[in-house]
Ligand binder design. Structure first.
Ligand code: 5GP
Length: 206
């Protein structure tokens, strides 16, 4: 029996561009009809962050075991900490026909591109580099060293736009969310994705 798989949606972009804010806004509205994949990380929880909601917080040893066991779709070492996407959750949810949304940094997105080329890749771009810097500083959650490292990473990350299917400028969070939802809707209408269903229908397999 034909069963449609969900779409793997990957939102990535430079550090400080507002991926987290956009993701939270997306998932705060009832129209958003996809599942957020909660990442694993070895970073310490920030104030207010909850284990199993914001991240699954892991020790370095636990994380390295997950890597060894092949239980991550992708992972990256980002500014001294591991971050990774749980493979089983993603596969099970896609198999159930639900779209899965990843909000990850660019090294990880590149790995997903290799492993799941039919995923939908959206690059969130900053309006400008100085804006990016002031957002990182304004957030006030990081030391100067970390901010400098993140800005250096962001310059390199901007050059990686060419790996993506769509670019959404994050000039206003709500506008960016509207664009992302529109992109996902359009992706569901893509002939390549839809034709399998029609073929199954014609074969009486639906
Ligand atoms: P933060 O420490 O600010 O929560 O996240 C730092 C960076 O890690 C952000 O760019 C965020 O998108 C990224 N990130 C979060 N989860 C994952 C993940 O599972 N894999 C990868 N590769 N990056 C992630």
């Amino acid at each position: 029996m034909y069963k449609e798989r969900g779409i793997l949606i990957v939102l990535s972009g430079p550090s400080g561009v507002g991926k987290g804010t956009v993701r939270k806004e997306l998932f705060s509205t009832p129209e958003t009809n996809y599942e957020y994949s909660i990442s694993m990380t070895t970073r310490k929880a920030r104030e207010g962050e909850v284990d199993g909601v914001d991240y699954f917080f892991k020790s370095k040893e636990e994380f390295e075991q997950l890597i060894e066991q092949g239980r991550l779709l992708e992972y990256a070492n980002y500014v001294g900490n591991y971050y990774g996407t749980p493979l089983d959750y993603v596969n099970d949810t896609l198999d159930a026909g639900r779209d899965v949304f990843l909000e990850i940094e660019v090294q990880g997105a590149r790995l997903v591109r290799e492993k799941a080329p039919d995923a939908l890749f959206i690059f969130l771009a900053p309006p400008s580099l100085s804006e990016l810097e002031s957002r990182l500083v304004g957030r006030g959650t990081e030391t100067d060293d970390v901010i400098q490292a993140r800005i250096a990473a962001a310059r390199e990350e901007l050059a990686m736009m060419d790996l993506y299917d769509y670019v959404v400028e994050n000039d206003q969070v709500e506008r960016a969310c509207d664009k992302i939802n529109a992109i996902v809707t359009a992706e569901h209408c893509k002939r390549e994705r839809v034709e399998q269903r029609y073929k199954a229908m014609l074969k009486g397999d639906l």
